[in-house]
Design a protein around this ligand. Structure first.
Ligand code: ATP
Ligand code: MG
Length: 270
């Protein structure tokens, strides 16, 4: 892999604590993402991964959590998702948020419509939609309704939509969970391509093989706490180590202890 990453941090989340009634979802979590990298976040179900990304993107606004968010070295106090998007942070949720009855192009520019003489400029909308659809490899008519395309293509619409917003940090929450093998491979390639263009990404995933394939670094969260950080600079990510951190015990301990019995040598090759 060509390592053109910088050491500059695009994002730092410091001492993030988020409490829901009766649940401490995040307890003093730290996360550092370098500019231009794909940073994976791993952890078991309920560890706090999605909550951390909702804090980052303003779903849970400033004042509803403790701790600091530094984006491009500046302290951020986002009041909404729209607010974080102004800075170039775009989140694609675990549950896709497109409107089934609207077209690809309408979904892409909802809330950011092109206007001419105070009316929506549909010609420009289609041209711009096609430009970003080509960028993500989505071969469809921009007028096709979301309900008429599969989940893999819907995911591409979400990414095209993010690119249209001039995304700097793209957050993908379990992007391949509902995709088939071919769609997943396409998505991972697209992520690599966007990394080459300088887009930083945070990817939440349970699929360690995919993480090993594309991620430059991994942060592991367990029970609302950061328990580890790994980097590919020293070589491939160690999937066993990630699992060990996720579950909080070593893999060997998952099985009862056994004493191997090795008999005498019956056959030898020299
Ligand atoms: N809106 C909410 N209200 C109350 N509790 C919540 C809310 N959202 C999340 N939680 C709780 O916070 C904890 C962390 O949840 P979160 O969704 O962040 O986990 P996750 O790591 O994304 O899990 P998964 O892998 O299943 O998506 C869980 O105990 C969850 O039940
Ligand atoms: Mg989640």
């Amino acid at each position: 892999m060509v390592d053109n990453r910088s050491e500059r941090l695009i994002l730092e989340m410091r001492h993030i604590t988020k409490i829901f009634p009766g649940v401490k979802a995040l307890d003093d979590v730290n996360l550092a993402v370098r500019a231009g990298e794909i940073h994976a976040i791993c952890g078991e179900n309920g560890a706090g991964k999605s909550t951390l990304m909702k804090v980052l993107s303003g779903v849970y606004p400033h004042g509803t959590y403790k701790g600091d968010i530094l984006f491009e070295e500046e302290k951020m106090n986002f009041s909404s998702v729209r607010d974080s998007e102004k800075y170039g942070i775009v989140i694609i949720h675990q549950e896709l948020a497109l409107i089934p009855q609207l077209s690809i192009a309408e979904n892409m520019f909802m809330g950011n419509e092109f206007r001419r003489n105070r009316a929506i400029d549909w010609h420009e909308t289609r041209i711009q939609a096609m430009k970003y659809m080509a960028e993500v490899g989505l071969e469809e008519n921009p007028d096709t309704l979301i309900k008429d395309i599969g989940i893999g293509k819907q995911q591409l619409v979400e990414i095209a939509k993010a690119l249209a917003k001039k995304v700097k940090l793209l957050i993908l929450d379990e992007p391949t969970a509902a995709l088939n093998e071919e769609e997943s491979a396409h998505l991972l390639n697209l992520m690599r391509k966007q990394r080459e263009r300088g887009v930083s990404m945070i990817m939440i995933s349970h699929k360690l093989n995919e993480i090993a394939e594309v991620a430059d670094a991994v942060t592991v969260i367990r029970d609302g706490q950061t328990v580890g950080w790994m980097d590919t600079k020293e070589g491939k990510l160690d999937q066993d180590e990630i699992i060990r951190l996720m579950v909080g015990r070593s893999l060997e301990n998952r099985y009862p202890e056994r004493t191997p019995h090795i008999g005498e040598v019956k056959f030898e090759v020299s």
